[in-house]
Structures are given as C-alpha cells and as structure tokens.
Design a protein around this ligand. Structure first.
Ligand code: 5GP
Length: 200
C-alpha cells in the first residue's frame, strides 16, 4: 500500500488558509491534524475540533515527551503538531492535512521532504490588510503585529513547492485539488505501479 500524502498548507495570517482548509475537508477525503495550543479558545471554537487547548505546563510535558512533530511560538502562544496521529494516518495510506504557520511548515520540510508544501497567497496586499483588520478578534496591538509579520512572511513562498493565489476560495480549492491529483500520479509515489512493472 502506498503511504498517504502529507499536505502542508501555510501562508501569512489573513491569506485565507483557514477557509480554504475547511472547504478542502468538505470536498476531499482528507484527515485534518488537530494541533495543540496554549492560546485561549475563541468564540465558537471547539476543543478537539479546532485545537486541543492545553496549559503551558502540559505543552512543556508533551514537548519533553517528544510528542510533537514540530512546534512553534506564534504571537506569544505555543502550537504543536501531534506526531503520532500524523504518522499513523500516513502509514495507513490516509492523506493528512496540516494547517500550520511558516516556521512549522519549514521544519516539517526538513524532516519529511516527501510532503506537499503549499503556500496560500492573498489576492493583494490591500486585501490582506482588510482581512486581518476585519478579523480583529484581538487587541489593536496584536493586530498590528499580525499585519507586520504577514508582510514579512510573504517572501517565504519561494521555499514552498506550490503557491496558490486565494483569489476566490473555489479557485484556490480547485488548484489544490489539482496539485493533490498530480502529486498522487508521481511515479515514485505509486508503489504498486513500480512493483508490477518490475515483475514484468
Ligand atoms: P490561530 O491562533 O489564528 O488559530 O493560528 C495562528 C497561527 O498558528 C496560524 O498561522 C496557524 O496556521 C498556526 N498554527 C496552528 N497550529 C499550528 C501548529 O501545530 N504548528 C505551527 N507551527 N503553527 C500552527
């Protein structure tokens, strides 16, 4: 059986990756990796669905116990990707979707270069600003910080395999779907094909 595909989606805050990932999960047979975080839940967020909301002490324990595939500090909170879930799914041939920040994506690329690394680009700088301001679930200071780092983060697109413009959610989802299909057709991902041909 071929391994599942690890699809890593990231991009600057406000690029719209959350909405795109939600739609991808509706349309495709993907398994979302739920991260652990030390930040407080926002209104409407559900434990175990959006995140596992944990204390800083618990986060540190999990870190010492080597339970994270990667972890990062983002806007003064800690986030980590649970290792066991991701690797178990991939071994079972199931595709896993990760929606994480850029530092996390790049550290996963180092240890698991077989993943598919997709950077979501906002349609324009003005639109990026509008989205971050509209979100405004935090203090003005936190928002300015997000805007500043979003501008700086854009240049990291060059470290990714694919850049997908979030012009409309539908077109971004279509493009990601096409990327996944193409990745699955790569010869080196098709163990059965390789085996059959070797046996001829
Ligand atoms: P938010 O607090 O808005 O949900 O997420 C803030 C940032 O943290 C987003 O860019 C999100 O993609 C990222 N993030 C969420 N989970 C993880 C994770 O497990 N690891 C890393 N490195 N970043 C994460």
């Amino acid at each position: 059986m071929s391994k599942g595909l690890l699809i890593v989606i990231s991009g600057p805050s406000g690029a719209g990756k959350g909405t795109i990932c939600k739609e991808l999960l509706n349309e495709l047979d993907l398994n979302l990796s739920i991260s652990a975080t030390t930040r407080d839940a926002r209104v409407g967020e559900v434990e175990g669905e959006n995140y596992f909301f944990i204390t800083e002490d618990k986060f540190k324990d999990m870190l010492l116990d080597n339970q994270f595939l990667e972890h990062a500090e983002v806007y003064n909170n800690y986030y980590g990707t649970p290792k066991e879930y991701v690797f178990d799914m991939l071994e079972e041939g199931k595709d896993v979707l990760l929606e994480i920040d850029i530092q996390g994506a790049l550290s996963i690329k180092e240890i698991y270069p077989d993943g598919v690394f997709i950077f979501i680009l906002p349609p324009s700088m003005q639109e990026l600003r509008n989205r971050i301001e509209k979100r405004a679930t935090e203090t003005k200071e936190a928002m300015v910080k997000r805007l500043d780092s979003a501008y700086k983060e854009l240049k990291y697109v060059f470290k990714y395999d694919y850049g997908v413009l979030n012009d409309t959610v539908d077109s971004a989802v279509d493009n990601i779907n096409a990327i996944i299909k193409a990745e699955k057709c790569k010869v080196n991902r098709q163990i059965n094909l390789i085996k059959n041909i070797k046996e001829v």
